[in-house]
Ligand binder design. Structure first.
Ligand SMILES: NC(=O)c1ccc[n+]([C@@H]2O[C@H](COP(=O)([O-])OP(=O)(O)OC[C@H]3O[C@@H](n4cnc5c(N)ncnc54)[C@H](OP(=O)(O)O)[C@@H]3O)[C@@H](O)[C@H]2O)c1
Length: 266
């Protein structure tokens, strides 16, 4: 039998939380183009339907059912278990979980309410952990399970006013990752994270023109990231060739975290 082509994802079953738009949709589109079977999940049914329709177009008509979609609230463990059961059923198993769903509302520390803090931690931290727990039996069953989380440069490396709770949540994901990677190694499951810089997405556009312009000028490569570029890093971490990488991070930020001062960006 001929060896599988390098970086072949064609028989891979992938679940992407927050896969209905922005970075998650970019990740989904990369896996679909690489021939994987993909389940995208988000809170809004309309969002799920629109994402599945667009991804089906990318997948082409040859293999109907290669893309499926579900609603989920990752902050609710039962909803995560429903997602894992439905995806396992329709995809025939789960090899890769991209725990990507996340929110980034702004709140300054001096006026942040407990409800605002809870919302961010519940979605970004607990939501990541609940999604991993729910998919664990299927990932174990896969024999080559992968968890790829979407963290951020904000928190693990940088800070930005209004995002102390968000930064804490994105750094917490990495704390979770390091112990999860050790615990799950016995099941041959790897756990890694991609740390995007500023990536074009609906969520980021809400920050306004001025924010987008100032971020672009802070990036040595002089542009914002594209959602698919986070997908390329996720696809690498999900590939067989990345089987010996666990508990690690890949920064995808166009060099934004490198300059020591604004003057250093030529
Ligand atoms: N954009 C950036 O520059 C950037 C940079 C670094 C890291 N990130 C990280 O990348 C991830 C995606 O961000 P994005 O910019 O692509 O955001 P986005 O465009 O706002 O998309 C967020 C996605 O997550 C889903 N979602 C939100 N809360 C959810 C919940 N409780 N349960 C299930 N799904 C939920 C949304 O579904 P609904 O629309 O149905 O709610 C949507 O599919 C986040 O983890 C974020 O922290 C983004």
């Amino acid at each position: 039998m001929p060896a599988a082509p390098l970086f072949d994802l064609s028989d891979t079953r992938v679940v992407i939380t927050g896969g209905t738009k922005g970075i998650g949709f970019g990740i989904a589109s990369v896996f679909v183009q690489a021939g994987a079977r993909v389940a995208v999940a988000g809170r809004s049914q309309t969002g799920v339907d629109a994402a599945v329709a667009s991804l089906e177009e990318l997948a082409g008509p040859e293999e109907p059912g290669r893309v499926v979609g579900f609603t989920v609230d990752v902050a609710d463990p039962e909803s995560c278990r429903d997602l894992a059961a439905s995806a396992t059923n329709l995809l025939g198993g789960i090899d890769v979980l991209c725990a990507n769903a996340g929110i980034f509302p702004q709140a300054e520390l001096d006026t942040m309410t407990p409800a605002q803090l809870d919302e961010v931690l519940d979605t970004n931290v607990k939501g990541t952990i609940y999604a991993v727990q729910a998919c664990l039996p299927a990932l174990q069953e896969s024999g080559r399970g992968r968890v790829v989380m979407t963290s951020s440069i904000t928190g693990p490396i940088t800070g930005y006013p209004g995002w102390s709770h968000y930064g804490a949540s994105k750094a917490a994901q990495l704390g979770f990752m390091r112990t999860a990677a050790i615990e799950l190694a016995k099941h041959t499951i790897t756990v890694n994270a991609v740390l995007p810089g500023n990536v074009e997405s609906a969520g980021l556009e809400e920050m306004g023109e001025q924010y987008l312009a100032s971020m672009t000028s802070a990036v040595p490569l002089r542009r914002l990231g594209r959602a698919e570029e986070i997908g390329f890093a996720a696809a690498f971490l999900a590939s067989r060739e990345a089987a010996f990488i666990t508990g690690q991070t890949i920064v995808v930020d166009g060099g934004q975290t490198l300059p020591e001062s604004p003057d250093a960006v030529a």
